[in-house]
Design a protein around this ligand. Structure first.
Ligand code: SF4
Ligand code: SF4
Length: 431
């Protein structure tokens, strides 16, 4: 049962607010969609369930229908059936649980309808009407009030960094007055995959980059955006922007997180109402840049591996080739899965779906698709460059008892670094 069913609300009044706020998006969808159904096969949720309700075009259909009804003469006369709580529960599931905003359907749609963006706007309107999943809302509020969705406060960040610096004997500067690069973190990494933080630091130190973390703006994930809370999305964006401005950073590097990159890079300026005074690069792009500049010395990695393209980094981010350039520099047995690159299947946990407990079963089904893709290459080592994909797939791996291995691109690169004296660099957490 969706969270919405627990709330004492006037469903019809909430629906009116929602439909009123999402008007222009519903109109453009209604005008443009020719109901060809071609997008059905593009969506991983439809692919693994065969459920016609998970056809991308259908995900907006019940809301668009209600919108049209509201705008009809009968609607003006107040003679249309009221929207019920069951209707809202269905809409919530379609907007939040069954769309990862991966954008794969957009690449297929002959009319160029960007379902992912419309879903994002509709989520905002849904939340403005006092609706939406409680766990996503809680993650957004935690980010605003405590610095991150997983409780990574500035003090905890400092504790983590001190601990990691000691254990790995590597410099992880925080709150330097000036730096060329502001490195941000995903709290998923900080709390669950801390080796990734060390790996980023090792790579930047190895390449001689002038960088720092900042306790004023460190959290790259933006659950305000995912939860449809525009106010919190802006707050989180401003924290990074102001921290970068304070130290004069020319570049803000986003860690292994897909949506964090997309939100700051593509929506950040609109959110704060002015141009971003720095370049935004995903860590994949930044490593590829260092690689091209000849600043990384890497030893070969011989195991067979394949790569999962995070949707917001490859398809919607444009860093598809960068990941391949990095792997091509040291992974001697890299195998592309099918489909791959910009047409790769989503991990099933993007768009905040990872944070929704009730969507776990659906995510595990999507993971079966990823396992098939991986094993078809003849390897069970799957690399990615997004901690959210990694967490989603790690949980599904456990739930489905898959015996493959999930790797982080950044950690692989850090493990392959060779210092000038020929020494390799320790990045795995000491036992
Ligand atoms: S954006 Fe992705 S998850 Fe959402 S409907 Fe399209 S293909 Fe499905
Ligand atoms: S592919 Fe585009 S036009 Fe066709 S049904 Fe899907 S959204 Fe509508």
């Amino acid at each position: 049962m969706n969270d919405i069913s627990k709330r004492p609300i006037d469903a019809d009044a909430a629906a009116r607010v929602f439909l009123g706020q999402t008007e222009e998006h519903m109109v453009s969808y209604l005008e443009a969609c020719v109901h060809c159904g071609m997008c059905a096969e593009a969506c991983h949720f439809h692919e693994v369930t065969g459920n016609p309700r998970y056809t991308p075009a259908y995900k907006l259909f019940p809301m668009a229908k209600a919108y049209r009804r509201q705008r009809s003469p009968l609607g003006w006369l107040g003679l249309i059936p009221k929207v019920t709580e069951q209707d809202l529960a269905e809409w919530e599931e379609l907007l939040f649980d069954t769309c990862t905003m991966c954008g794969r359907c957009t690449t297929i749609c002959p009319m160029g309808i960007d379902i992912a963006s419309i879903v994002g706007q509709a989520r905002k309107a849904f939340v403005a009407a006092g609706l939406g999943p409680e766990d996503l809302e809680a993650a957004a509020v935690n980010s605003r009030d405590h610095g991150s969705p997983l409780g990574l406060s500035p003090d905890k960040l400092m504790d983590r960094v001190e601990w990691l610096e000691d254990d790995f004997e590597t410099k992880m500067p925080v709150d330097r007055d000036r730096a060329e690069v502001l490195l941000t973190v995903s709290s998923i990494e900080a709390m669950k995959y801390p080796d990734s933080l060390v790996a980023m630091a090792k790579i930047l130190n190895h390449a001689g980059v002038d960088w720092t973390f900042s306790t004023k703006g460190y959290e790259a994930t933006n659950f305000g955006y995912l939860a449809g809370r525009g106010d919190i999305a802006k707050t989180m964006t401003l924290r990074i922007v102001e921290a970068a401005e304070a130290i004069g950073a020319k570049t803000v590097v986003i860690p292994e997180c897909g949506h964090a990159y997309g939100v700051l890079r593509w929506s950040g300026a609109n959110m704060i109402g002015r141009a971003l005074p720095f370049e935004v690069l995903h860590i994949t792009e930044y490593i590829a840049k260092l690689q091209r500049e000849g600043k990384l010395k890497l030893k070969p990695f011989a195991d067979a591996i394949t790569y999962h393209d995070p949707c917001q980094v490859s398809r919607r981010g444009g860093a598809t080739q960068d990941a391949r350039d990095i792997l091509g520099a040291f992974a001697t047995d890299f195998r592309e899965m099918t489909p791959t690159g910009d047409m790769n299947w989503c991990c099933g946990g993007g768009g905040g779906v990872q944070a929704m407990g009730r969507a776990a079963e659906l995510r595990h089904k999507v993971f079966e698709l990823k396992v098939k893709q991986t094993e078809a290459t003849g390897t069970k080592k799957l690399v990615s460059a997004c901690a959210n994909c990694r967490l989603t797939m790690d949980e599904s791996k456990e739930a489905t008892h898959w015996d493959g291995e999930l790797l982080s691109l950044v950690e692989m690169v850090a493990d392959a670094l060779v210092e000038d004296d020929g020494a390799t660099v320790q990045t795995n957490t000491p036992a």
